[in-house]
Design a protein around this ligand. Structure first.
Ligand code: CDP
Length: 208
């Protein structure tokens, strides 16, 4: 468990549950990069700032420093003394986050926070294995059909499966630029697998 492990994948492919399980088995923290993009989005929405105004967003982020608490059991996100964690998975943040994540300045800001974290850890997101930690010792990329992912996420959102499926397909489309598997990533179709099955597949594939 001394190497960085990256787990990337499409929206609602199970990355955070899988990363948490792998991290707990290895006794290291896991890092949810998506929470930083979600927190930047929430702050912009609350400030009434346009989600495509990189300069305004960066000014706001410098004034409200965010802190990711990367625990194996679950990540928490703070803006100063205020915990944002429970507000980051609303439908409104789901809908706005891809626009914020498309801004190169915001991506550079997130990348710098992630690269400052002490190793080793399991990092999950879209571009952990490609851009942020290309040197990682083991890389995985999770997929599943939109319907399977929508059915899983319907447990966590108020909308019905068809509405969630349509929103996931749209978010995949907007995220496509930053969401390709690394050439050296092992792609896992999680459709036929249970959560424990995905975790076990990854643990079995790790270098000794
Ligand atoms: O769990 P889910 O896949 O729905 O979302 P997430 O991992 O929390 O990521 C939320 C959004 O943040 C994604 O839709 C991307 O727009 C963005 N993101 C990104 O661009 N790069 C990352 N490394 C992680 C997330």
């Amino acid at each position: 468990g001394r190497v960085i492990v990256t787990i990337d994948g499409v929206a609602a492919s199970g990355k955070s549950s899988v990363a948490s399980g792998v991290a707990r088995a290895l006794g290291v923290p896991y890092v949810s990069s998506g929470l930083l993009y979600r927190a930047a989005t929430l702050l912009a929405l609350e400030a009434g700032a346009p989600l495509d105004d990189a300069r305004a967003l960066l000014t706001h982020l410098r004034a409200h420093p965010l802190r990711l608490e990367a625990l194996a059991g679950g990540n928490r996100l703070w803006a100063g003394e205020r915990e944002l964690t429970d507000e980051l998975h609303s439908t409104r943040v789901d809908q706005g986050v891809s626009a914020v994540a498309a801004l190169p300045e915001v991506r550079a800001w997130v990348d710098a926070q992630l690269r400052a974290l002490p190793e080793p850890f399991v990092a999950e997101g879209r571009d952990m294995g490609t851009n942020v930690f290309p040197q990682a010792g083991a890389k995985f990329y999770l997929t599943a059909s939109p319907r399977v992912r929508a059915e899983r996420r319907a447990q966590e959102r108020p909308e019905d499966v068809p509405a969630i499926e349509a929103a996931l397909i749209e978010r995949d489309r907007r995220d496509r630029v930053q969401s390709a598997p690394a050439p050296d990533a092992r792609v896992i179709d999680t459709g036929p697998l249970s959560l424990e099955g995905v975790i076990g597949t990854i643990l079995a594939a790790l270098p000794a």
